[in-house]
Design a binder for this molecule. Structure first.
Ligand code: NAP
Length: 262
């Protein structure tokens, strides 16, 4: 299937590794020009090099910076004059007990996982509507649908974003102008973050980390973690010209892990 987005411009946040990188790879394969961001310059530049190798026809611009800061967002937005596609992503907040989280910890989580996506949408959505094409994707988490106890900062911040998006996606002059806004909810995907979190959890409970990882896989109906490439493929489809009637949705991609009929 030709996704019909070759030549478009995408801003893919937090994309030197993991799910963000997989989204950038899938978009670049479809001929989309990308601006990618991450804090660590070395890995980001290496990712940019790999993306150019996937498709030498596209332009790939790497902007190092913290997307949860005003400076980081301004630098990313200045890298190209307009964006047709926005993939909102950032690192997830740390796990813990809510009794240990002070106001600063909450503000950091809200900044990264709720307010930054809203600021980037604010900066791009009206131009998309004026041009008659826009695709905005927020990478959230299956934890919005089925909260993970230790990830309270993530549950809270991402649920706030989800509620905001549900209203925004249905506002006047967005869907009718071919601008869609959807959230992708990953379950367990084989990325550095997942491994770091699970290995830490195994160590905390005194278990062997490989045995613990096997147990986690066995609890998923698909009996495995997702591959980032599977996530990137879904992202590219939701960004495609074929997906203009899909908006305001929370798309769970989790190998069946969340037991729910809706
Ligand atoms: P990852 O493999 O650790 O990759 C995170 C990427 O984001 C890296 O490129 C990192 O680069 C960049 N990044 C982090 N904080 C940033 C910031 N403030 N500004 C700019 N770039 C930043 O993580 P992942 O597994 O792909 O997860 C991506 C998001 O999905 C996270 O919010 C995570 O909580 C969520 N999620 C993941 C899973 C999963 O199974 N993997 C499940 C549910 C939700 P630098 O560190 O160099 O900045």
């Amino acid at each position: 299937m030709n996704l019909g987005i070759a030549g478009r411009w995408a801003l893919v946040c937090a994309a030197s590794k993991g799910l963000g990188k997989a989204c950038a790879q899938a978009l670049v394969s479809e001929g989309v020009n990308v601006v990618i961001t991450a804090r660590g310059e070395h890995t980001l530049n290496e990712t940019a090099r790999q993306l150019r190798a996937i498709n030498p026809e596209v332009t790939v611009i790497a902007v190092a910076g913290d997307i949860s800061t005003p400076e980081g967002r301004a630098a990313a937005l200045m890298a190209h004059e307009h964006f047709d596609i926005l993939i909102n992503n950032a690192g997830g907040p740390p796990p813990g007990d809510f009794r240990e989280w002070n106001r600063d910890a909450w503000l950091k989580a809200l900044d990264a996982n709720m307010l930054t996506p809203i600021e980037l949408i604010k900066a791009t959505v009206d131009g998309m509507a004026a041009r008659g094409f826009g695709r905005i994707i927020n990478i959230t988490s299956s934890a919005v649908k089925s909260p993970i106890e230790s990830l309270g900062l993530s549950n809270g911040a991402r649920s706030g974003l989800t509620g905001f998006i549900a209203g925004l996606a249905r506002q006047e002059n967005l869907a009718s102008r071919n601008v869609t806004i959807n959230n992708l909810q990953p379950g367990s995907f084989d990325t550095d973050r997942l491994r770091d979190n699970l290995v830490a959890a195994a160590q905390e409970s005194g278990q062997d980390s490989e045995v613990f990882l096997d147990e986690c896989r066995s609890e998923i109906p698909a009996k495995r973690f997702g591959s980032p490439e599977e996530f990137g493929a879904l992202c590219a489809f939701v960004c495609s010209s074929h997906a203009g009637y899909l908006t305001g949705q929370n798309l769970l991609i989790d190998g069946g892990a969340v037991r729910s009929s809706q």
